[in-house]
Design a protein. Structure first.
Length: 360
């Protein structure tokens, strides 16, 4: 079957919006007609080589849609079921999975090396981050398709697959923000906006948003920020001034740059906690001296996929949405078509907007 898709032909090359030949689902696979897909910074990281996965590939990893066909042996999902795509399925048997840390599964991205589809001239294509959501339809392993929460539009549910699970999880699972604590969130993109809402849900007493763009202040405050700081070398000093010269209890870094990670760390109080969500390149070197590590007693930790278990966390997020505590519409600053993904990439590079959402 021929479908329209966004193909990355090579690292650093422009995306091509083109027709691809998508096969029928094989054993253990399902075919999903996409309703919506979010354009995430991780897709940009794949296209520019910050993250290395096989190419050429169909990008896109945050999406939701309806199952239209299933392969042999699939019984958990049937045609007509609405699903959220899960780009990091756990194998259940590696060392990390045995410890319950399924977000660190050693085989989570194993499927990205498989052949997913072909171009019309026969070139093999891989599924970027497993699910190839930048397409009208996709074929994925059944483990990559989770039941969509009832009563939530698929255009909202699409955001659950990455931005919301990551931002919410960074606050609740990794940083473990407690009621009354102060929080700073660096980067007001889709993940950052989800983190701001999660901090509000956790009962943080002060929530400071930090971004290079002054234009994002209203967006940040709508998500729950009580204060807004424009990113600069003085940002840590400004944050300490807002917190009685102490610094925040928790900083969540959603950018992935050395200078931002360092600023987030410096913004926390003595004994504070910094969670790094942003994906940076290996050339981004963060430095500390031994004395300051001892003196400040701070904690710096990485965070993959919000340290989330999608099967466990999606129902929790759905409850927050239904109760009005979590508003997914505030994450989306632009509704686009498949053909407009290259422009959305350029906007991300320029720091404009938050989440662009493709609707099919």
């Amino acid at each position: 079957m021929t479908v329209r898709a966004a193909v990355l032909p090579a690292i650093g090359a422009p995306l091509e919006i083109t027709d691809i030949e998508l096969p029928d689902p094989g054993p253990g696979q399902v075919r999903v007609r996409l309703a919506a897909a979010g354009v995430c910074h991780s897709d940009l990281s794949l296209s520019d080589g910050t993250m290395r996965l096989p190419v050429p590939a169909v990008l896109g990893h945050e999406g939701a849609g309806t199952v239209v066909a299933v392969g042999e042996g699939v019984t958990r999902i049937a045609p007509g079921d609405d699903v959220v795509l899960n780009w990091a399925p756990s194998c259940g048997s590696c060392h990390a999975c045995s410890l319950g840390e399924i977000w660190l599964c050693a085989d989570a991205l194993k499927g990205a090396a498989a052949v997913h589809a072909h171009t019309v001239d026969g070139t093999a294509l891989h599924p970027g981050l497993n699910v190839a959501a930048f397409a009208e339809e996709t074929v994925v392993p059944v483990a990559c398709a989770l039941p969509a929460p009832a009563g939530i539009p698929l255009t909202d549910a699409a955001l659950l697959g990455c931005a919301v699970l990551t931002g919410y999880g960074a606050v609740h699972h990794s940083a473990q923000v407690r009621e009354g604590e102060t929080v700073a969130v660096f980067g007001v993109g889709g993940v950052g906006l989800a983190a701001l809402q999660a901090a509000r849900i956790a009962g943080a007493s002060r929530i400071i948003a930090v971004d290079v763009s002054p234009a994002k202040e209203e967006l940040a405050r709508t998500a729950g920020a009580t204060d807004y700081v424009v990113a600069s070398p003085e940002a840590p000093r400004e944050i300490r001034a807002l917190t009685g010269r102490q610094g925040v209890d928790v900083a969540v870094e959603c950018v992935g740059r050395a200078v931002t990670i360092r600023a987030a760390w410096e913004s926390t109080r003595r004994g504070g906690r910094t969670t790094v969500v942003g994906i940076g390149g290996k050339e981004e070197q963060v430095t500390f001296n031994a004395l300051e590590i001892f003196h400040w007693g701070r904690t710096l930790s990485g965070c993959v996929y919000g340290n989330s278990d999608p099967a466990r966390d999606l129902p929790v997020l759905a409850d927050h949405i239904r109760a009005g505590r979590l508003n997914l519409s505030t994450l989306v600053t632009e509704h686009i078509t498949l053909a407009e993904i290259p422009t959305a990439f350029e906007n991300m590079r320029a720091g404009k907007g938050a989440r662009a959402l493709i609707t099919f």
